[in-house]
Design a binder for this molecule. Structure first.
Ligand code: P6P
Length: 329
């Protein structure tokens, strides 16, 4: 029986092909370790006393869940101590993380959403950790927020860990998208899908139809087009990583357009650029797909604030292209 490569074996092979990626290979290994810890805690949330709210509101104005706190503290402490990063940004932190003297000479920065979709934890719905790695900028202070004002094309590593019916790690160094599945018994991630390409057929559309009265007429018309002319099925989990992963492996388009809930005519994005839209857009492009805010590619947007939000339409390239054309008409 041919043994399926472990992540470690895969990364060692990656290193033999790209010796200059030593640090990135070590970073990927550290991110996988974090995925194992969070997977274990998530899978026992109901008995580990980490379900429910943590009696706090984060910078996003969202109620923090206990598992958010666990995941965020783990990511900050673990990644800080690796010494690989001179700056870190978390969805749960108002500004850049205090590096406590670690990583002063490091060459990389990392932004992460430690546990995206955490409002779904108590319903046992899939949730995920998203990460985005850039090289350090030499023109700004090493540990500053400005380190994250880099567009998505300049990411050197992006991916997520999806805690679902199985725990999968999906990432790209810019040379294809690869999926590893956690063998809980072995405690190893094993290769389960190499060089994932989004299927040519767009089988699903994924959007919160509860926002129908808050989105623009153009967006309403495009979603109607998906229903009435493309005749594709609706699937909306309400957990970005889970919705994205389904569309990545089965073909689909996810739409979180600008919403205007105060009737000002100002349609604003909900999802965050640095640690949600950019890393997923990087993966989508690597898998033959595309991601836009309606006017430009997500990967071209230059962030100007750490928690900048954006509309996000991501998935099959031909359908996203149609959205862009419709949005600009
Ligand atoms: P809504 C979860 O809170 C999240 O950030 C994403 O994971 C998800 O795609 C989105 O918000 C869901 O938002 O407004 O549809 O509940």
């Amino acid at each position: 029986m041919a043994l399926v490569p472990t992540l470690t074996q895969y990364l060692i092979e990656q290193l033999s092909k790209h010796p200059n990626q030593r640090d990135l290979v070590l970073i990927m290994s550290d991110l996988a370790a974090i995925g194992k810890y969070i997977s274990r805690e998530t899978n026992r949330a109901g008995i580990a006393g980490v379900r429910g709210a943590a009696d706090a509101i984060n910078v996003q104005g969202e109620e923090v869940q206990k598992l958010d706190v666990f995941s965020n503290e783990l990511c900050k402490d673990y990644l800080c101590r690796t010494g690989h990063f001179c700056a870190m940004a978390s969805e749960e932190e108002d500004t850049v993380v205090d590096m406590r003297g670690f990583g002063e000479d490091a060459h990389y920065v990392v932004a992460f959403d430690p546990l995206d979709g955490s409002s779904n934890i108590d319903a046992n719905v899939s949730i995920g950790t998203i990460f985005s790695v850039h090289r350090k900028r030499g023109d700004v202070a090493p540990a500053s927020a400005e380190q994250f004002f880099q567009n998505g094309l300049s990411q050197v590593l992006a991916g997520y860990v999806l805690y679902g019916s199985s725990t999968v790690l999906v990432f790209s160094f810019g040379d294809g998208v690869h999926e590893f599945t956690l063998d809980q018994g072995l405690g190893e991630f094993l290769l389960s899908n190499e060089r994932i390409m989004i299927p040519n057929t767009c089988s699903y559309y994924s959007t919160n139809e509860g926002n129908t009265s808050y989105i623009s007429e153009k967006d309403r018309r495009f979603i109607e087009y998906l229903k009435m002319e493309q005749k594709i099925s609706a699937r909306y989990i309400g957990s970005l990583v889970a919705d994205f992963h389904r569309n990545l492996v089965k073909g689909g388009i996810f739409l979180y357009p600008g919403v205007d809930k105060s009737d000002t005519g100002d349609y604003k994005g909900k999802l965050r650029l640095n640690y949600e839209a950019k890393p997923l857009a990087f993966l989508a492009q690597q898998a033959g797909g595309r991601a836009t805010d309606g006017m430009q590619d997500i990967l071209d947007i230059m962030p100007s604030s750490l928690h900048q939000r954006t509309p996000l339409i991501i998935g099959n390239k031909d359908i996203v292209d149609e959205y862009i054309l419709a949005n600009k008409s």
